[in-house]
Design a binder for this molecule. Structure first.
Ligand code: BGC
Length: 798
């Protein structure tokens, strides 16, 4: 067979440059004379989002029906690699039927702050969990001869300013927290592609960041696939080629391809560098072509059943006072909450899927318990309090044995494109729960949301089941869990803080319009809360079951860091269930600042009543290592460590001490204790890190967080920034009109306003350069530069 290298040799310079960008929104280009066809890539990642006709990447126009699996925030809680593989395999099969070669996901960006609007699409606040869960999904998809695109590489942890913002992160936090999930997924699952993010990382756009795309990704981690931009993430295309960015998507109507040709002709870019890039594009096309299964048809029913199973195994039982759950069909139960009939089951934006069917909880409950009654309790469209609806719910609830209230976050509360500003549910939901709990003491709240919320009513209800965004089978899964046909086994892959202010990043999120400083460094999620023993609503790794598990016989064998840890887990209750056994590594006394403990292993075990199983974990030097920025490498600090095994980060059942010898290199640590004491002695109050301390850790001067007033506009200036000029206002007006024309009003069936809100936020954050892509050939660089001149003139004349 002809190799990619040979094919590239047969191409003209123009053909090669052409292959560096997409044919349209979802296809790569073809070179027919060389047998290279147009292959299709489409969004995911919790199902297939293949658009039927009109191309947009914002989840607005409809896509072909596909199984909507639970979103990543949900499936992460399954802590189940096999389940993730199964879901991936099913998604791969759907891609095969729909002739899609690469699905764009999974997303492993760390949940730095619960406000990030896209957290529902991400896995965890912990990189080990993110990497493990993503790797299993990738392996499943790719087992079907379909590629994945691990995204968004890297440090894209918020929606605000995502296209222009500079993520300022110290080297250690970058490696330990923000890159480690990608590293794990790349090393163990080799995704066919990696998608670079929109933002800058420490001063350089991800799309032209050689350290990231070549030195770390390829040289250090051994990535073999292709790097694609996030849609419209190219800033300087030629720099991108040099940095190792292979494919620009969708395209700039040939403008950037021409720049590549010009750079080669002028000797500014070597043709060998270009060839390497093009070879990888050709390799991807060949691989996709070889793996196509033209007549493949997937089993819709089986996939729906898998979606139900995934939702059941991922839901987290947060509270079950007095064993209020599971309910019996004999009980007299009232279902309250419009979400029971119209579930919130996935998030808004580019991942939005058109499900093959959609179960609702009320119908599923009714099928189990025919006499159950329902009242809506709140409006789906208007989130203000409707006293009449609450009164109706209270009247119906009084005297019932139990009340199930379905509540959570409506679509427009969390989405791609914008971040939340608080952790509150709509007041209509909160008030409903409060009032119903006054007339009935047996209330169970079922939460449908994609990220942590605060629950001011938590003490007043007996049960809380977190269904997260459970995909198209969420209704059936909820019914099965509530009535004990399924036993909850999900554990939180993120902390639910008691209050937003407790979050370690909160004083620095979302940062200024030009940069966001990750001043909390490695203290993300439970790494922070545990360190200062902060009271949280529900800790990382937490989740209840209808049965109980006992841990015994912890046994650690091996040498130094290469250890085997074994533990026996027994189901001591009366029904079958699954436990997520978690292993944390803790270094008590340390010369460097570090988390109280870090998760380094987990296994999910399924146990019949009375059954015991041995669970084993393998540890290696990486399980103990920290990233030493002084030597740009991982290092192990010598001394005593504790291996902690338990049912959650705050429910450690067994522990063992081990002694580990350190690396030589460890002596080169810059302890920073004098220069940045805050990290060694975290305050109990809200985390504040002075400029000086963060600068000492960052090792460089901090960049300005806002645009310097009066500084000239460039192609990377955002709509928000240019609107201070007349020309800018005109440009913005044109763009808004175009968006309105492209996407019309709100097509959301339940009337929520998520799309309008997303469009508004995205438009303001959009850099001028993206107008080329948006205008689909109408605008070129020259026209944009003219506009920029006009705006700069206006600035000068002020
Ligand atoms: C999103 C990506 C998505 C791409 C294509 C971007 O706006 O950030 O996650 O895959 O669009 O739709």
């Amino acid at each position: 067979m002809t190799t990619a290298k040979e094919l590239v040799k047969k191409m003209t310079l123009e053909e090669k440059a052409g292959l560096c960008s997409g044919h349209d929104f979802w296809h790569l280009k073809s070179v027919e004379r060389l047998g290279l066809n147009k292959i299709m890539v489409t969004d995911g990642p919790h199902g297939l989002r293949k658009q039927a006709e009109d191309a947009d990447h914002l989840g607005i126009n409809d896509s072909v029906p596909a199984t909507c699996f639970p979103t990543a925030c949900t499936t992460a809680c399954s802590f189940d690699r096999e389940l993730m593989f199964e879901i991936g395999k099913a998604i791969g099969e759907e891609c095969q039927q729909e002739k899609v070669s690469v699905i764009l996901g999974p997303g492993v960006n760390i949940k730095r702050c619960p406000l990030c609007g896209r957290n529902f699409e991400y896995v965890s606040e912990d990189p080990y969990i993110a990497g493990q869960i993503a790797a299993a999904l990738i392996s499943g998809v790719q087992s079907q001869g379909v590629g994945t695109s691990l995204k968004h590489f890297a440090a894209n942890n918020q929606e605000k300013g995502r296209m222009i913002s500079n993520s300022v992160i110290d080297e250690r936090a970058l490696r330990e927290i923000y890159l480690a999930g990608f590293e794990e997924a790349v090393k163990s699952a080799q995704p066919w592609t990696v998608m670079c993010s929109y933002n800058l990382l420490n001063g350089t756009y991800a799309s032209e960041n050689k350290t990231l795309l070549t030195d770390i990704l390829r040289t250090e981690w051994g990535f073999k696939g292709l790097v694609v931009t996030d849609w419209g993430a190219t800033s300087d295309r030629v720099k991108g080629v040099e940095a190792g960015l292979d494919l620009e998507m969708p395209s700039t109507n040939g403008i950037n391809d021409t720049l590549i040709v010009k750079a080669v002709k002028e000797g500014k870019l070597s043709e060998e560098t270009l060839d390497k890039i093009v070879e990888r594009v050709v390799e991807l096309i060949l691989k996709a072509q070889e793996n196509q299964k033209p007549d493949f048809v997937y089993d819709k029913v089986a996939h729906h059943n898998l979606a139900v199973k995934a939702a059941e195994q991922s839901a987290v039982l947060l509270k079950n006072e007095g064993g209020i759950l599971p309910a019996s069909v004999e009980s007299d139960i009232l279902v309250v909450g419009a979400f029971a009939k119209t579930p919130r089951y996935q998030g808004a934006g580019s991942s939005k899927i058109n499900p093959t069917q959609l179960d609702n909880a009320f119908d599923a409950i009714k099928a189990l318990d025919g006499k159950v009654e329902y009242v809506p309790g709140y409006c789906l469209k208007d989130h203000s309090i409707h006293e009449d609806m609450i009164a109706e719910a209270c009247k119906a609830a009084a005297g019932k044995e139990k009340v199930f209230i379905f509540a959570g976050l409506p679509d427009e509360y969390e989405s791609e494109g914008f971040d939340r500003t608080n952790l509150d549910m709509p007041e209509s939901h909160n008030k409903l729960i409060e009032e119903v709990a006054k007339v009935n003491e047996n209330v169970v709240v079922i939460l449908l949301c994609g990220a942590p919320i605060v629950m001011p009513w938590a003490d007043k209800v007996k049960g809380i089941l977190l269904a997260y965004l459970g995909g198209q089978g969420t209704g059936t899964a909820c019914a099965n869990l509530l009535y004990g046909k399924a036993n909850p086994s999900g554990k939180l892959a993120e902390t639910f803080p008691a209050a937003l202010e407790d979050n370690p990043s909160i004083n620095y999120f979302p940062g200024g319009t030009r940069s966001v400083e990750y001043r909390e460094s490695i203290f993300v999620g439970y790494r922070y809360y545990d360190k200062i023993q902060k009271n949280v609503a529900y800790p990382f790794g937490y989740g209840l079951s209808y049965t109980e598990f006992e841990y015994s016989d912890l046994n650690v064998t091996g040498e130094n860091c290469d250890l085997m840890v074994e533990v026996i887990v027994t189901n001591t209750g009366k029904i079958s269930g699954a436990e997520v056994v978690q292993l944390y590594v803790a270094k008590g006394e340390s010369k460097i600042f570090r988390a109280e403990k870090e998760i380094k292993g987990f296994e999910k075990v399924f146990l019949a009543p009375g059954e015991s199983k041995q669970v084993s974990f393998k540890l290696n030097s990486r399980s103990f290592a920290y990233y030493n920025a002084e030597i740009s490498n991982w290092a192990v600090e010598g001394g005593a460590y504790e291996i902690k095994v338990g049912a959650s980060s705050q429910d450690i059942r067994l522990s063992a001490k081990v002694e580990v010898s350190g690396d030589e290199e460890e002596n080169k640590i810059a302890y920073l204790e004098a220069a940045a004491p805050v990290y060694f002695n975290l305050p109990q109050s809200s985390l504040e890190v002075s400029d000086k301390e963060f600068e000492a850790l960052y090792g460089r001067e901090l960049p300005p967080s806002e645009r310097i007033p009066g500084s000239p506009f460039t192609l990377n200036s955002s709509m928000e920034e240019i609107q201070c000029t007349r020309t800018g206002q005109q440009v913005l007006g044109m763009l808004q009109a175009q968006m309105a024309q492209m996407f019309g009003g709100d097509d959301n069936e339940d009337g929520d306003n998520d799309i309008a809100k997303m469009m508004e936020a995205m438009v303001m954050d959009m850099p001028l350069r993206n107008l080329i892509m948006m205008s689909q050939g109408q605008l070129g660089t020259d026209q944009l530069n003219e506009m920029i001149c006009l705006m700069n003139e206006e600035l000068k004349n002020r």
